[in-house]
Design a protein around this ligand. Sequence first.
Ligand SMILES: N[C@@H](CCC(=O)N[C@@H](CS)C(=O)NCC(=O)O)C(=O)O
Length: 210
Amino acid sequence: MYTLYSMQRSGNSYKVRLALARLGVPYRRVEIDILKGESRTPEFLTMNPSGQVPLLEVAPGRHIAESNAILWYVAIGSRLAPEDRIERAEALQWMFFEQHSLEPNIGDAYFWLCLIKGGRELQSHALEDWMENGHRALRVMEAHLARYDFFVAGHFTIADIALYAYTHVAEQCDYDLAGYPAVRRWLARVEAEPGYVAMDWQPQDLVAAQ
Ligand SMILES: N[C@@H](CCC(=O)N[C@@H](CS)C(=O)NCC(=O)O)C(=O)O
């Protein structure tokens, strides 16, 4: 059985929980509180030198880091991971876009504005850039979703999961989605997918952090 090192309010961790729920794959979840430095202990760094969650143990001593790599690992062989050569490249294209255009802006805004007490004041110098660049990413998504129901392959895939994680919390951290009707319709489509779980959903077998 997989062991997932995850933090409940981490969007990157949520991607993996959402994929595993959709796939119906059972796993042990270890809650890691990054705010208490639990991803920076010597034990954790041995498993993931980046000191970040999510991290998936796929076999004893074999760990995969990076949320979008984990999505590929768990989804290959299912309808969530396109097999067609072009569609696979398109999924990768959107997942790289998520990591360089969406997550560093909306993800950082979410972290500092929603998870860190006093974060707004601490990061006031960065807010303007996060807003400008986050809206730029949302405009790219809006243009695509005005033409297509999902990002790739005409159906729900790991590209949607990757992009959903931080887009669905954007309004909690100052991004007004009123001007993105296609993005809002897509968020609702993702939420209507079978096996959908919300960010605060937890599997039963929680294991205490070591
Ligand atoms: N590119 C990585 C980013 C992972 C990441 O930023 N994780 C955050 C939580 S969302 C973390 O563990 N931060 C703790 C730290 O950097 O000390 C991914 O997609 O998994």
